[in-house]
Design a protein around this ligand. Structure first.
Ligand SMILES: [Zn+2]
Length: 328
């Protein structure tokens, strides 16, 4: 019993040291943030890990690695054989059927896109997810944040969940899926609304690719894509099929992170809602002004393990998580 305060204290230290914003975000925002301590590779944070109490992956049938990239929105990986998407049945929930053209043909479809496009699956119906870090703490939740480079309802916003353990820890796939990108050339796959050409030209001209976080994008096959960022190194390539729990890389701090952690984001290419990039960031980076809205990963991850005395394990920002998909 006497260890409990020590463990909580250690977890708070660890979490506080890893406060961090989505790679390009804090980076882009250049918002001064406290320099975090690099976590030692000890077992200290382990006790506070967001452990799944129910091993979902083992209690339900594991669908074959995804075969349902978005019908029209999933760009093919560029480095390996194109993992085309057989329009076969999907083991995952959610609508995956191709949109049906209306009587007016493609033009009518275009003008009534939302009436015929697939809807994003309800996050509450998604299954098969596990934590990308077996042991870690939430160092920054999804939601409003002074470090956010996005705007939702006029508030600065962090569009993913930051989870931290220690530098070099194994990061595992949160869900079965198909790797769309692995490395620093991931921007075509993260749901920017509009052309990324201006940004790409800027990066080429200034030779700044090294500044981006090493990132893995996975099509989870259920209508959603997962974003994992800040790796030290990755263990997968575009075109790889991964299964939940498989190591995809090693925790790091690439991309102007203040400490080692994983930024975990989720979005559906079918989502109509959008998050706005702060105008000052957009102007400087030349990214598009909007991205497809993300959902709170806590909606699909197994519940946080309950402690002896209280609820979820400590987070430096114990504020409640906001609604999953705020729409501007
Ligand atoms: Zn983040």
């Amino acid at each position: 019993m006497r260890r409990q305060p020590l463990i909580v204290f250690a977890a708070l230290i660890v979490a506080g040291g890893a406060v961090l914003a989505w790679p390009t975000l804090s980076e882009l925002a250049r918002t001064p943030v406290p320099v975090g301590a690099v976590l030692p590779g000890t077992g200290a944070p382990v006790a506070a890990g967001p452990l799944a109490t129910v091993p979902l992956a083992s209690t339900q049938p594991t669908p074959a690695a995804t075969e349902t990239p978005a019908p029209t929105e999933t760009p093919a990986p560029t480095e390996t054989s194109t993992p085309t998407a057989p329009a076969g049945p999907s083991a995952a929930p959610g609508p995956t059927a191709l949109p049906t053209l209306p009587p007016g043909g493609p033009r009518a479809a275009e003008s009534n896109w939302h009436a015929f496009a697939p809807m994003p699956p309800d996050p509450g119906r998604l299954s098969g997810y596990r934590w990308p870090l077996v042991n870690g703490v939430i160092s920054q939740p999804f939601g409003t944040s002074p470090f956010g480079a996005l705007l939702v309802d006029g508030q600065r916003f962090h569009d993913g969940l930051d989870i931290a353990s220690f530098c070099g820890d194994s990061v595992v796939a949160a869900h079965d899926g198909l790797v769309l990108a692995a490395g620093r050339r991931f921007d075509p796959y993260i749901g920017w609304v509009g052309s990324i050409e201006p940004h790409t030209r800027r990066m080429n001209r200034l030779h700044k690719w090294w500044e981006l976080p090493i990132t893995v994008i996975v099509d989870d096959g259920d209508g959603y894509r997962a974003i994992y960022a800040h790796f030290n190194a990755v263990a997968v390539r575009a075109g790889d099929h991964v299964h939940a729990g498989q190591r995809i890389g090693w925790e790091g701090s690439t991309g102007f992170a203040t400490g080692c952690h994983v930024h975990f984001g989720l979005f559906s290419p079918f989502e109509a809602g959008q998050f706005e990039l702060r105008p000052d960031v957009q102007k400087r980076t030349r990214y598009p002004a909007w991205e497809i809205a993300r959902i709170d990963p806590l909606l699909v991850l197994p519940p946080l393990r309950l402690g002896k005395t209280s609820g979820p394990f400590p987070s430096p920002s114990p504020s409640p998580t906001p609604s999953p998909v705020p729409t501007p």
